[in-house]
Design a protein around this ligand. Structure first.
Ligand code: COA
Length: 628
């Protein structure tokens, strides 16, 4: 059907041979074409081609990618290794806009002179340099911020597109980066993109005479900026360690040996001479300071090729004589100390917190957590909430501990069995209602760990990476049971094979999680508590438990839980002992911070936009309960 027949109905009484009528038709056609062109153009402007140039596809880059992808922008990721690579990537993709979420290199002039490149800078207006957040902590700033600026000749001195501030708090650099910086970066970037669409917008040139431009150029922080003496006050030492955690760590002498230290916690009770190791607890060491003591959870030996390890593991034999200071998850304790697993209770609800450094769970940690979970079930509670840590929920088995082990294959085997035991315990807890509350990101086996619960709640905006293929692993943790029962087998396979990050909005829509709310961790925990207490008070709580028990029996009849485990572990055994998917090399590279070509390619050469849509759109109606 032609357009004229739509515009002019056949029975209209305009004389068809009349010249004015023809003119009218052409004018109407012209108007219609213009409307179509404007409509297509506006659609194009809504969805832009955006190129990420980034040093790694880290948590921040993943989060920003998810935000933009969710708004239907086509975002391609280029891992910046050198200038020619960046130039080629821009030529090949021809983006509308370039964004640098986490870039340690300079963008070549050939790029920024011809394209608008927005840099996410973790500093306030006017702040320049590569150690912004480190200095903000070291200088005890009350407030800090994120500025979105345009790449220019001088580093971080380009025109400003957006800037947002936040209150600082006593936490490590990595923790502030994962929370406040990421939130402010998203706000700023979305604002900048809106401005980018307004043809009239002119970014603000950097002008130090303006009162709101309070930052300045700061050189890169060095070890002597972080360094401390054990006789300094605890506050001072905590501040220095936090400023350099998770990278590069502060160099300090412990027992006359040089280490980089991480994971510092204040200790209020124990005391000792400055620099003396007073106690050990769950692989952490307690060291005396000028006015008290602190716990150090991670150490890296100051030598080529060393990796970050639990402190006691890094020190080795010399910790044998250090007295243990035990503090169980259920013991009452007033004041600050280090405790990676602890339990709280309110009414009929038990809250089990497990805050493991980097979300990595070693064999010992999995065993302790399982023990704590069993003990939680023995308390007078009907609902148990698995709280994970504030920063991270879980990233699965502990690759650094495995790398350090005498026999990494054996340690991998022990670790995967220990995490499987924990998950099995959760799945088989049919007398309690279990809730997973993800305050932070979850990766690899950490995702099925969350799905083992009856209800999965997440803080809005966290990132889920439910895959292990990049690490050369088939994966265990009952993923072949837990993932399909929520999203179906087809999507589960795609999820684990495509190695894409997922945000909470889509995760909720497809049923991977039950709900996502609050971007702030404290507000999230408050609502989780409310919801858990409400569940425990349900008049039909007994029926809820009965239906859970019935479902478990049904699932067991369809396929015994043990069968899933055996099948997964058979595949994992090949990964560990036959190294059929290059797990040992991939793990070595991950732990030693070396990017493998396959890792770069997996992000860079992938059409993330289409891959994600392919999975997302696939059989949205698919049955929630997968049956073989
Ligand atoms: N074991 C040991 N360390 C781990 C870890 C693990 N399973 N997962 C993450 N980490 C560490 C990283 O080495 C990094 O350490 P650093 O900052 O102290 O140097 C830190 O946690 C943050 O990880 P990073 O990779 O920078 O975070 P990200 O947000 O960019 O990526 C993941 C998140 C989950 C995709 C990524 O960390 C990953 O692939 N982890 C491995 C997961 C895995 O394969 N586990 C084994 C199978 S169960």
């Amino acid at each position: 059907m032609c357009l004229s027949s739509l515009v002019i109905p056949k029975n209209h009484n305009i004389p068809r041979d009349d010249k004015t009528a023809k003119k009218l038709i052409y004018r109407l056609l012209g108007i219609a074409c213009n409307i179509i062109i404007i409509f297509i153009d506006s659609l194009k402007r809504l969805s832009m081609k955006i190129l990420f140039i980034t040093s790694s596809f880290n948590g921040m880059a993943q989060r920003l990618w998810l935000e933009l992808d969710g708004r239907d922008h086509q975002v391609k990721v280029h891992i910046a290794e050198d200038a020619p690579g960046m130039i080629d990537a821009v030529k090949a993709f021809d983006p509308d806009l370039i964004i640098a979420p986490f870039l340690k290199k300079k963008i070549p002039a050939e790029i920024w002179k011809n394209h608008i490149c927005l840099i996410i800078h973790p500093g306030i207006k006017g702040d320049r340099g590569a150690s912004s957040l480190d200095w903000a902590i070291l200088n005890r700033e009350d407030q800090w911020g994120v500025t979105i600026l345009q790449a220019d000749e001088k580093m971080d001195a380009g025109p400003i597109w957006a800037s947002h501030r936040f209150d600082m708090r006593p936490a490590s650099k990595a923790c502030i980066y994962r929370h406040e910086v990421t939130q402010a970066a998203i706000k700023g970037l979305l604002e900048a993109i809106k401005k980018f669409r307004q043809d009239s917008f002119e970014p603000e040139p950097l002008d130090y005479s303006k009162p709101n431009v309070q930052g300045h150029w700061m050189r890169s922080a060095r070890q002597d900026d972080y360094c401390f003496s054990w006789s300094d006050a605890t506050d001072e030492i905590l501040l220095k360690i936090r400023a350099a955690d998770s990278q590069p760590g502060v160099r300090a002498a412990i027992n006359d040996r040089s280490f980089y230290v991480y994971g510092a916690h204040r200790e209020d009770t124990l005391q000792g001479n400055p620099g003396e190791i007073i106690a050990q607890r769950n692989k952490a060491i307690c060291v005396g300071t000028g006015d008290g003591a602190i716990w150090i959870t991670q150490l890296k030996r100051d030598e080529e090729g060393a990796i970050k390890l639990p402190a006691v593991t890094a020190m080795g034999k010399e910790t044998d004589d250090i007295p243990p200071s035990t503090l169980g998850p259920f013991e009452d304790h007033q004041g600050s100390t280090f405790r990676d697993i602890y339990y709280e209770q309110e009414g009929a609800v038990g809250f089990l917190h497990f805050d493991f450094y980097n979300g990595a769970m070693s064999t010992a940690q999995c065993k302790r957590l399982k023990q704590a979970f069993v003990q939680a079930k023995e308390q007078p509670v009907t609902v148990i909430v698995l709280m994970g840590g504030r920063d991270l929920w879980s990233n699965g088995i502990h690759l650094n501990v495995i790398e350090h082990a005498g026999d990494p294959a054996d340690e991998s085997w022990a670790n995967i069995n220990a995490i499987d035991d924990l998950i099995e315990e959760i799945i088989l807890s049919t007398d309690h209602y279990i809730i997973s509350a993800l305050q932070g990101n979850a990766g690899a086996g950490g995702v099925p760990l969350a799905l083992a619960a009856d209800k999965v709640l997440a803080r809005k905006g966290i990132v889920l990476n439910p895959h292990t293929r990049q690490m050369g692993l088939y994966g265990s943790e009952y993923w072949t049971y837990l993932l399909p029962r929520r999203i179906g087998m087809e999507k589960s396979k795609d999820f684990t094979e495509q190695c894409l990050p997922w945000g909470t909005a889509v995760a909720k829509e497809i049923g991977l999680i039950d709900d996502a709310f609050e971007t702030n961790a404290k507000a999230f925990c408050d609502r989780v508590k409310e919801s858990a207490l409400e569940t425990a008070r349900l008049s039909w709580f007994d029926k809820l438990i009965a239906s859970k028990q019935f479902q478990r029996r049904k699932d067991e009849a369809v396929k015994p839980l043990d069968k899933y485990r055996k099948e997964e572990l058979a595949a994992m055994k090949k990964n560990f002992y036959d190294d059929n998917w290059d797990y040992h090399l991939k793990r070595y590279c991950f732990v030693h911070k070396m990017s493998t070509p396959s890792h770069v390619e997996s992000v860079q050469d992938k059409d993330l936009y289409s891959s994600r849509r392919k999975i997302y759109r696939k059989r949205k109606w698919e049955s929630v309960h997968y049956k073989e």
